[in-house]
Every structure is written in structure tokens, then in C-alpha cells.
Design a protein around this ligand. Sequence first.
Ligand SMILES: C[S@@+](CC[C@H](N)C(=O)[O-])C[C@H]1O[C@@H](n2cnc3c(N)ncnc32)[C@H](O)[C@@H]1O
Length: 319
Amino acid sequence: MGAAAAGHLPVMRDRVLELLGPALELPGAVLVDATLGRAGHAGALLSAHPGLRLIGIDTDATAIEESRQALTAYAGRVTLVQAVYDDLPQVLAGAGHAVAQAILFDLGVSSPQLDDESRGFAYSKDAPLDMRMNQAGQLTAAEVVNTYPADRLARVLRDYGEERFARRIADAVVRERTQAPLTSTSRLAEIVRDSIPAPARRTGGNPAKRTFQALRIEVNGELDVLHRALPAALDVVAVGGRIVVLAYHSLEDRAVKRALAARTADTTPPGLPVSLEQARPQFRLLTRGAERPAPAEVAANPRATSARLRAAERIKAAA
Ligand SMILES: C[S@@+](CC[C@H](N)C(=O)[O-])C[C@H]1O[C@@H](n2cnc3c(N)ncnc32)[C@H](O)[C@@H]1O
């Protein structure tokens, strides 16, 4: 379990194990970890289920490499693939499986990505404005802040960061870059701080947090990919199989909530006396609303603070 050994604690690990456990009892069960990271969750699940086969996906080549080393004890049961997670059904088919008994998404950035200054994800560390999860990707945060017109930049900050002062920040960025291109995370964090009225700066943590989240989502196309990936993943959950998703901000969580609601609703037209067989839901929710980590976990691992967990089980084959 590399992640744990390296001091990176998998978020809500015991709850993830508990929720996925019943689906992983069968011999030959397959788990797709769509966001492998440093294999913290995956290692714990492999250890708990000796018959389990893992297909691990991550867009970050370093994550795949380090997980391969962390999981050497399970090498015969593990297939790791560098891919974007909306390719999950293709990756699963490539490994010889039509369906999976369990799927896990632990969204967002990993602790090692945040801790690696060269990646430019953290506003608290001075680094080049990069933020690509896949280091072979084309778009960087520097390109976004130095080339987007103010309107488009403001829209990114508003839509993906839910930033109230999006327009002021975008205007300040555009003013600044006419002097010299913006290249560093600390300079950007300063511009954001200086653009926000003093009273607003005193609430809600670091004022750069929302801007950095928005840029990361834009650079990696995160929400578009997530909106495609969730239905695709639900399609390949086996009957009796389970999916768990950990989201870290309200935009992600809203996407998860909607994707699960679409499959857990009975779509019988209103007014009919009985529900139609083909309209009965394919999934049942395993969580009531979004579950949050316990205070003790948040105290031990501040990065768990914003986690919201939702889970569902397939109860019926697709029509
Ligand atoms: C929060 S970490 C997962 C940590 C992991 N559960 C563990 O215990 O070590 C999220 C991971 O998802 C990856 N990721 C983010 N967006 C992705 C995408 N669209 N496709 C594939 N991987 C993605 C990131 O590179 C990162 O390694």
C-alpha cells in the first residue's frame, strides 16, 4: 500500500471497503479503480479480497509507474493502464472483461500531485503554471491565463471555481500580462488576493483556492470528462456490482448525484397504476445523500475535508 506507506491516506478508506466488499466476494471479481493515484484504495481492496482482479486507470504516467511498484505483491492480479477515465469501458474490454463487479472513482488531484511543486497545482508553493494531470497534454494553466480573453477567463473562474469576483480577477490578470506573461503560481495567487475586497479575503480560506480549482478543471477538461465517464462506467457495472464515487467540490458532486439519480429513478409515466418493468430503476442507492468523512479522519488528513461519497448497486440488467 504505497500511498499509506508514503503518508498519503486514502480518503474514507474503510467506508469504501465496506461498500464495495459485498460485490467483491465472488471468485474472479473485477474492480476498476478509475483514479488509481498511488493505489491507496486499490492496495487495501487487493489485500482484503485475495481473489480480486484490479484494472487500474490513471491519466498520470507517474501515478501508473509508482502504483506498479507499490502493487508488486499483487502483480499477477493487476492490470494498469494510462488512460483518461472516460475510456473505462474500452480499457475493461481490452483486459478481456465486459463488466466489472466494482468501480471506484476518487476524483481530483492526488496528494503526490499537490506535493510535487513542479506540477503547479498548489497555490501555496511557487511553481510554473502547469496543472496538467497528463504531462503530455497540450493545454497548461500558463496558456489559459496568458491567452484567454477576459470574458472567457472570467467564465472559467465563475463556472468552475464558483468565484464571486471572477471578473475582477480576470481583468487583473489581463492587465498584468500586458506587462509580462504570467508564469508562476505565487504571482497568480498574489494577483487573486489583491483583486478580492479585503472583507471577503478574511473568510473562506485562501482566496486563490477557487481560481486554482477553476484553472485545473479547465486545463484537464475535468467536468466534461466526468459527465461522459459516469454513464459509461454505470453501463459496465455487473448485476449485483457496485460503484463508489468520492467528489471534492460541489460541481463534481452535482454531476455524480445527477448521474446516479438518472439510474435509480423509476421512469414509469405518472398516472399509471403500476410501474412498468422496463421503467424500473437499474440501480439502488447505497448512500443517503452524500456521506462525509468523520471528524477524526478530517483531523488526521485535512485533504479529506471536502470529500463527499455516493454509492450505488446494480439491481437489474440494462434493458
Ligand atoms: C485523488 S487521486 C486518487 C488517489 C487514490 N484513490 C489513492 O488512494 O491513491 C485522483 C487521481 O485521479 C487521476 N485522474 C484525474 N482525472 C483523471 C481522468 N480524467 N482520467 C484518469 N485519471 C484521472 C489523477 O491523476 C490522480 O492520480
